[in-house]
Design a protein around this ligand. Sequence first.
Ligand code: F0G
Length: 410
Amino acid sequence: MAASFEMRCIECGKAHDMTRPAYACTDCGNLLEIALNRNAALDRLSKVDWKRRPISVWRYKELIPVGGKAELFSLNEGGTPLLECHNLADELGMKSLRVKFDGMNPTGSFKDRGMTVGITKAKELGMKTVACASTGNTSASLAAYAGLAGLKCVVLIPEGKVALGKLAQAMMHGATVVTVKGNFDQALDIVMKASGKLGMYVLNSVNPFRLEGQKTAAFEISDQMNGASPDYLYIPVGNGGNSAAYWKGFAEYESLGLTKGLPIFRGIQAEGSAPIAHMFESNARELSPVQKPETVATAIRIGNPANWKKTVRAVKESGGSVSTVTDGQILEAQKNLAKKEGIFAEPAGAAALAGLIKDIEAGEIDRTSSVVCVSTGHGLKDPDVAISQSAKPRTIEASLDALQKLLGGD
Ligand code: F0G
């Protein structure tokens, strides 16, 4: 029987050994991806009652290329809610608006989907140390899973630009936290160079196994929609791994006959960190990195996305595009989600909704379409941004009178 999975180059197709750490093609230098053998997957699925398992990353074990007999390192990730947003849908005149709230993962972001797979793979490979560069969430998640698996963890973060909650997590979970006097792109460059030399397994989204965990969010959405796919998927884009993983998930699920139709992808970048959106605007074939990326959504403050080829390919295959929103639009969407739907997302986790609102107002998409916005991280991660845009608490003397006066009673 054919191998169930193959690791190959996204550009030249060269097959690579899956039993060794590898991120880029040894021939042409492009990133690697995992290819799923459809018939082998159908065969594996037919032998287990997988639909009875709870919705979670490991419900789809047969479609994930690790953990056959190996110990799984899991914190019960995935199984996040797909929330029907009636209030916002009414306000926007839309028929159906849902939010996949991946901030409900164990460490508060979608990264956990990838880390449970990536760390399981790291153990399978016999690695002792794992590493990443991060705008915050990857480091928090990697630190937690490395702790669980008893691995050493080194994380590089851009100095002064990581949200407080994320930093607290990485430190608390026991990682060696290194702040770099530079941005995320520079930190990733150092980590990639260090990986071979210092024997560290890199769990940034250049790691194809991590994306295999992240693709399960697409499976979940389809299962939560009773085997359908939305017409549109809005998703924030930083380094470009998650959007590529979602597309892989929808495409695989459709090829296995497990979902109907495929969504059109709308990737959303913050205006000051939008090299992929610029490619779509100008029809460019190559990425021009943004040298000094800036945005209030620090999670997606990335100027040279490592996965740009994968994401551009995914978005184009879906018939979609990547566009921008301003920081103001992101913060407005963040407030709307929190106030009107009870969903507290970090700024990057509200960027998709900001993109949708922009498109609806511009008449770019039909209001009768079914739309899913991906909310990638929890608002508690970034208390500074939340507090800075909210009304300050009012202080009163400790009496009922004082409260009544404040609230305008007599
Ligand atoms: N949303 C959040 C909350 C993120 O943390 C990230 C990426 C993204 C969206 C973008 O995902 O990079 O796959 O396109 N955060 C990374 C980190 C870069 O280091 O935590 P992407």
